[in-house]
Write a protein that binds this ligand. Structure first.
Ligand code: ADP
Ligand code: MG
Length: 319
């Protein structure tokens, strides 16, 4: 088996808040194989965006490693990281806010080419037109327009075009459809699938919504309060969730339709503050299976068969 394109080892990211440390990401390890889509799911505030940004070194990790195609990114100097950035791109949740309102669409999409030194204007135009067409935008109509002339879904197409123009290998999609109307979510998810095939992409797909993640992911990683609870192939995790948190997230999906937003996917109250996480297992204060061992010992993630692994003292399946 070839080495994974991305491997994250014991990654920790801290924010300093009023002299205290908030561990937004705590000792997270995961990998993404070439051509694979790994779905990263968990409630709002569990650290998904922080993890995505730390992979790209936009938020330097406090500890751990990020290995991309054999290169450790956390120790790269700034010029080497700039070179590396071409190969790793990010798509954000709010497409309208991530586009400069005063710049024309053609210039926005061409910007990464200018930054990376593609000096030939005709070459830039050719590549802008090609990628715009690929994402379903008519270059003749759209190139000269400003972002406000487009809908949220079209703005996300523009953001996808901008992310793809340098032909990256890994794209981190941070809740790419969460801000969009339910009616156009499926279109953007289908577009991402199509772009994945066309450009041979590897995706880290972040969402708070398990139904959306299911629709696109080969494997799923479930995150809770800065830690991974469970990782495994999508079908296995859906058929036999091993972590009680995964099971609760699954129960909270109202209908098995990825285009419908679950109404309330928050199990048993609010999550505790990451400034003061519970001892032992962080999920124990909301877990129906918690006992004294869960308060005393941090559960380490271990394999339970079928490619599934779980960080739980009392797993539901395979334990
Ligand atoms: P998610 O993307 O899963 O919603 P985030 O990664 O945005 O989660 O946030 C994880 C935790 O880190 C949250 O408790 C959030 O309040 C905190 N956090 C995020 N960004 C910052 C920041 N720039 N400074 C301080 N705390 C932050
Ligand atoms: Mg986020």
């Amino acid at each position: 088996m070839s080495a994974p394109l991305l491997s994250v080892e014991n990654l920790t990211v801290e924010y300093a808040i009023g002299g205290r440390s908030l561990f937004a990401v705590s000792d997270v390890s995961l990998h993404v194989d070439r051509g694979e889509t790994l779905g990263l799911v968990g409630e709002s505030g569990c650290g998904k965006s922080t993890l995505g940004r730390a992979v790209l070194q936009l938020r330097p990790p406090t500890g751990g490693k990020v290995v991309f195609d054999g290169t450790e990114l956390t120790t790269l100097d700034a010029p080497s990281m700039r070179q590396m950035r071409k190969r790793l791109q990010l798509i954000f949740q709010d497409p309208i806010a991530s586009l400069n309102p005063r710049r024309r669409i053609g210039d926005i999409i061409a910007e990464p080419l200018i930054i990376t030194g593609v000096a030939d204007k005709a070459e830039r135009d050719r590549r802008v037109r090609e990628v715009m067409t690929a994402v379903g935008l008519d270059p003749d109509v759209a190139m000269g327009r400003l972002p406000h002339e487009f809908s949220g879904g079209q703005c996300q197409r523009i953001c996808i075009a901008r992310a793809l123009i340098l032909e990256p290998e890994l794209v981190i999609c941070d809740e790419p459809v969460s801000a969009l109307d339910v009616s156009i979510r499926a279109q953007i998810l289908n577009l991402l699938e199509e772009m994945k095939r066309r450009y041979g992409l590897t995706l880290l797909f972040i969402a708070h919504d398990l139904a959306v993640v299911k629709a696109v992911s080969d494997r799923i990683a479930v995150m809770y309060l800065g830690k991974l609870c469970e990782v495994g192939p999508t079908e296995a995790v859906f058929a036999r969730p091993a972590h009680p948190y995964t099971a609760l997230l699954l129960e909270a999906i109202p209908v098995p339709d990825p285009t419908v937003r679950p109404s309330a996917n928050v199990p048993i109250g609010e999550p505790p503050s990451p400034l003061n996480p519970p001892s032992g297992c962080r999920f124990r204060t909301r877990c129906p299976r918690a006992d004294a061992q869960c308060a005393a010992e941090v559960p380490l993630r271990r394999p339970v068969g079928g490619g599934q692994s779980v960080a739980c003292h009392h797993p539901l399946a395979g334990g």
